[in-house]
Design a protein around this ligand. Sequence first.
Ligand code: SF4
Length: 202
Amino acid sequence: MGERIRLHNMVLHTRVLGPGTRAAIWTQGCERRCPGCMSPSSRPLDGGYWVDVDLIMKELSGLGDLEGVTISGGEPFLQIRPLHSLLCALRRETKLGIILYTGYTMEELRSMDQPQVADIITGLADLIIDGPYLDQLNDGTALKGSGNQGVNFITDRYLPFQALYQQKKREIEIIAAKGEMFLIGVPAKDTLEEWQRIFPPF
Ligand code: SF4
């Protein structure tokens, strides 16, 4: 049986999670409790749903119009084995760029001394946004939650887009799927507060 990963959500097209049109995958489960977390429902370790990595690959390979995939959470590194399998399959079977968000800092990831983590931070991912969300450092910069988070260009694929990650502009998309409304992207603080007022987190 193939590797399975626990997901919070997946969408096949978004334009607000990095350069170009991207698929977005949110893993389920995060042990942090960042005040102001924009996605508390992605935190329970037993929430979300299981998906075969092969099935994710099947869905992504059928799409000809994507620049890449953005993987966020939850905390993707909590599921290191299936995460690694997914990224290896993306590299092996597609030309998609890979952007990864994590609450760990690069320093913490380096010190884990785990081969699969090492693979990811030395080239399996093209760009890693690292570090926990710190509400008091939310400065409105595009595509990341707070100023302490780093934008780490692991390969040169996204170097031409450095300016995108310095803009003081936040963009979101709202989609309806599976009978629910989802907010995609890194929202401005007041947008998130308004969203959570209308759709209170549990
Ligand atoms: S790391 Fe992300 S998902 Fe986890 S609590 Fe912090 S903001 Fe929420």
